[in-house]
Design a protein around this ligand. Structure first.
Ligand code: AMP
Length: 283
């Protein structure tokens, strides 16, 4: 049986657990997660192991990135199952602070990211979101001080915001984004997929199907806005309430009018029943 990783729950305990790695000058990779781990997260862990001697996975459902009407209370929490999966994956350390450890009484500082964080995508529908993400990720980076941090491209705007934040704050680490792990039918793995009813799960692959179809047509030279308009129709016909389907510059996330303005990334967010799903794809 694989040995259990060290589990740290306070900042002093985390520092103590990391100290032997630092003393031996071992490189450290951090994989930040909100738990309810699936094979997408485990792919990040595998890459982390290739890039550093020691791997730390943080599990923290961050209250400051959820609005009051969102799913903070019901977000899936499966700590024991997660630790088991991370033991099998031979992770060294699990950083699992409570909200009170992360945000002690009197906590009064919040980052306000701009640029990609104000692109009019996720930020338009979750205005509190990137402030919460940037704040907690900057804290995770300071607490763990990793050489490299691994994120998924699944949360594409988040990846752009975090990459910029690390650069702007001169944090001495490399941020890596890895491709999205998908189900056989194309649905991006997500901890929130457990919310889907059988019927909704049947409709869900329309998001990736539409992204793929739109990317191919845009690459072939069809006008972007026309292709996107047809894509939007396809998604709403599959019972989704669409938040956005848009084409943006892959780095700045600024709007693009043609492939000449690229590289282009297509990004989508839509709600089916109570579940909001996001996905994206390179053109
Ligand atoms: P979460 O626990 O959903 O906040 O995600 C933690 C990290 O895992 C983020 O960097 C996500 O982008 C990444 N991630 C989530 N789903 C996937 C997936 N299907 N493929 C690859 N990475 C993912």
């Amino acid at each position: 049986m694989a040995s259990r990783p060290i589990i740290s729950r306070t900042v002093p305990a985390l520092r103590k657990a990391l100290q032997p790695y630092r003393a031996k000058r071992q490189t450290i990779a951090l994989v930040p997660t909100m738990g309810a781990l699936h094979s997408g997260h485990l792919a990040l862990v595998k890459e982390a192991q290739k890039r550093a001697k020691r791997v730390v996975v943080s599990i923290f459902v961050n209250p400051t990135q959820f609005a009051p009407h969102e799913d903070f209370g019901s977000y899936p929490r499966r700590f024991e199952a997660d630790v088991k999966a991370l033991s099998e994956a031979k992770v060294d350390l699990v950083w699992a602070p409570s909200p009170a450890v992360m945000y002690p009484e009197g906590f009064a500082t919040r980052l306000a990211p701009e640029g990609a964080a104000l692109a009019g995508l996720e930020d338009k529908f979750r205005p509190h979101f990137f402030g919460g993400v940037a704040t907690v990720v900057s804290k995770l980076f300071t607490q763990v001080a990793p050489d490299v941090a691994i994120f998924g491209q699944k949360d594409y705007q988040q990846l752009r915001v975090v990459t910029q934040m690390a650069k702007d704050l001169d944090l001495p680490l490399k941020v890596i984004g890895l491709p999205t792990v998908r189900e056989k039918d194309g649905l991006a793995l997500s901890s929130r997929n457990v919310y889907l009813s059988e019927l909704e799960r049947g409709h869900a692959p329309v998001l990736y199907r539409t992204l793929k179809n739109c990317a191919a047509r845009i690459k072939a030279g069809e006008p972007i806005e026309m292709v996107l308009e047809e894509g939007r129709l396809e998604i709403t016909r599959a019972e989704f309430a669409l938040d956005y389907l848009d084409a943006r510059h892959a780095l700045s996330l600024a709007p693009v009018a043609s492939v000449k303005d690229g590289p282009i990334r297509l990004l989508v967010a839509a709600k089916i029943g109570k579940t909001r799903l996001i996905d994206n794809l390179a053109v």
